[in-house]
Design a protein around this ligand. Structure first.
Ligand code: SF4
Ligand code: SF4
Length: 77
């Protein structure tokens, strides 16, 4: 089974203050998940993970949607 290599650089991610989780909303195959890092804060930073990489078809919509260019998607080796 093919598996794309999806990397989310959380050092570049600007959610939730400056991005309304565009990668999650954009991905047609629901590859991403997110969770708050500090559940005691309403404005907690979030962690974005590529939870279902085997679902990815390499469409690159998430890469284009992410303004700070925090996401890279590479083809299977
Ligand atoms: S490349 Fe397409 S299918 Fe893969 S994670 Fe990004 S938006 Fe989803
Ligand atoms: S689109 Fe980019 S900035 Fe927005 S939540 Fe996803 S990784 Fe973070």
């Amino acid at each position: 089974m093919k598996k794309y290599n999806i990397v989310v650089d959380m050092g570049k991610c600007v959610a939730p203050q400056n991005c309304d989780l565009k990668c999650i909303k954009t991905c047609p195959l629901k590859v991403f998940a997110y969770y708050p890092i500090d559940t005691s804060r309403e404005d907690s930073p979030v962690m974005i993970t590529a939870t279902f990489p085997f679902s990815c078809n390499g469409c690159n919509l998430c890469v284009v949607a992410c303004k700070p260019r925090a996401i890279s998607v590479s083809p299977p080796a």
